[in-house]
Design a protein around this ligand. Structure first.
Ligand code: FAD
Length: 495
């Protein structure tokens, strides 16, 4: 065992990096996400070169494939108090921001060998939905499955989210799914052998307006009927949970102690490893470019590494799903919307719950590594597959956060990034068979809560696919509801 430190900020050794490469992670972005190197205070300044050198001397890795990871703003760690003083014009639309990718690295990383010529199931998208489904199918004996991911694993929303996990929802269906997901998350480390850093510190929702306060009260009653013991708290009682909160203009709060946070990256690795171990092929840097129709069915999936003839295609492409569905001539109503997020330097543990102000879409929590991780929706954000980072977000978020938690004013922001919410007209997912194209299964539209829903949804979906037994989830949330008008609105959406 080598104890040579490559990343002193995050204690990542040469052994860790070589171990990741041996597991097949042959690009810097994946090694970063697998080992955590480059995510500490120096943001890769002291370790990126070493990792690149180790990767470059790996047999089979082409020099063109050794690319740096995407640099994240701000350039220097910057105090939240300084950012809060930025002038932001609320009436203005946000700019595209700093682009998330340096160039076009994907072509250099694409494997040379062709994809398999046939498979029972092809899943398009290697995010949490696609990987959790692949794991669950393989567990039920359906192993002739190929997952196609155009980028590295964790490149989509699943690698960019806040890791929040809660049972406080506004519909019965989501409460029950979230309850099951939390159960599965508690078993995850034991079953998969990987730590997802689940910390059940609760979710504390704050309401400023009367309308939001009434929504929290109404939904708390629904939670209680489903065995979720959400409590409505006065601002004084909420301050007992987080004494540092100002609770400025807050009318009331809702608190459920068994909600919490997880660390997203290992969650994806766990599902990917388990699926691969059972025979599933997870093909990264493989772009789906076409869907071949034949007599009311899909016959094959075309990629930039060849064609796969298959029985069933699952569309699990997150915010890209409308684009991919279009390849088969199917129109989806989802729209992508950028959501920005950031992480600070680590602090001693002090913040128990994830706190969210539903009126503005502000949310923040403390990770197991001590960082404050948080984001905030922007009502001016137009629809589009935009993942750039903006100064506007830093200003808006820092002001809203320090209004509630001024004690963080001197804490420095280390990095910001963005991902896309995959938004449907009723804030609920699109699941089940595609009308007119029966073997195209939908699994998208999870807005800002797909990460926490994935364990339960994937379990139900695999069972439904393998057993052939009816399941209300796949008719209730079918694509057909948008034309029949049987929408079921979810109103506990942050941002
Ligand atoms: C800032 C932010 C914060 C969030 N916070 C939370 C939270 O706290 N809790 C929570 O539960 N959820 C949260 N979410 C939402 C959550 O991340 C998503 O709902 C979830 O990750 C969606 O998973 P997915 O697998 O559907 O999509 P993705 O993870 O986006 O995966 C889809 C994949 O499909 C791939 N793909 C697209 N087109 C193609 C193609 N043509 N060929 C091959 N592959 C393709 C993409 O590269 C991508 O990797 C947040 C999202 C964001 C952006």
């Amino acid at each position: 065992m080598s104890k040579a430190l490559v990343c002193p900020c995050e204690d990542v050794t040469l052994d860790d990096v070589e171990g990741a490469i041996a597991k097949g992670f042959h690009d810097v972005e994946s090694i970063k996400r697998y080992t955590g190197f480059g995510t500490g205070i120096c943001q890769g300044k002291s370790c990126l070169n070493t990792v690149a050198q180790v990767l470059a001397r790996t047999p089979g890795v082409a020099p063109a494939a050794v690319l740096p990871f995407t640099p994240r703003p701000p350039l220097e760690p910057t105090e939240l108090g300084v950012l809060a003083a930025l002038q932001v014009d609320e009436a203005e639309a946000p700019s595209p921001g700093v682009p998330p990718f340096l160039g076009a690295p994907v072509a250099a990383l694409r494997p040379e060998e062709p994809v398999p010529a046939r498979a029972d199931v092809v899943i398009i998208g290697g995010g949490i939905m696609g990987l959790a489904l692949a794991h669950n199918l393989a567990k039920r004996g359906c192993t002739d499955v190929v997952v196609l991911e155009k980028d590295y694993l964790c490149a989509g929303a699943s690698g960019r989210n806040g890791g929040g996990v809660r049972m406080q929802w506004g519909t019965e269906a989501n409460i029950e799914l979230a309850k099951r997901s939390v159960e599965l998350m508690k078993q995850f480390a034991g079953e998969m052998g990987i730590n997802i850093w689940l910390r059940q510190g609760g979710y504390l929702f704050l309401a400023k307006s009367q309308a939001i306060a009434e929504r929290l009260e109404r939904n708390a009653k629904l939670h209680n009927r489903h065995g979720v013991r959400t409590e409505i708290l006065s601002p004084e009682a909420a301050r007992e949970l987080v004494p540092q909160l100002t609770l400025k203009d807050v009318a009331l709060a809702a608190y459920h102690p068994e909600d919490g946070v997880i660390f997203p990256w290992p969650f994806l690795w766990g599902y990917a490893h388990s699926a691969r171990k059972r025979g599933v092929r997870v093909e990264t840097f493989t772009h789906v470019t076409g869907l071949l129709r034949s007599g009311g069915r899909l016959a094959a999936v075309q990629t930039d590494r060849g064609e796969i003839a298959c029985q069933t295609v699952v569309l699990a492409s997150g915010a890209w799903s409308p684009q991919v569905a279009q390849l088969a001539g199917v129109a989806l109503p989802n729209q992508p919307h950028r959501h920005e997020i950031l992480s600070t330097e680590p602090l001693k543990p002090f913040l128990g719950p994830l706190v969210s102000l539903l009126d503005s879409g502000l949310y923040f929590s403390q990770s197991m590594r001590g960082e404050i991780v948080g984001g905030m929706g922007d009502p001016r954000e137009p629809a589009g597959l935009e993942q750039g980072s903006t100064l506007r977000f830093l200003g808006r978020f820092a002001r809203a956060l320090t209004e509630q938690l001024p004690v963080l004013g001197k804490v420095k922001v280390l990095r910001q990034w963005a991902g896309c919410y995959d938004v449907t007209p009723d804030n609920n997912p699109i699941l089940g068979r595609t009308p007119g194209l029966e073997n195209l299964l939908q699994m998208s539209g999870f807005v800002g809560h797909g990460f926490m829903m994935a364990p339960a949804v994937a379990e139900r979906m695999a069972e439904w696919m393998v057993s052939g037994q009816a399941d209300d989830l796949f008719s209730r949330f079918n694509l057909a509801r948008f034309s029949s008008g049987t929408l079921e609105r979810e109103d506990m959406i942050i941002g």
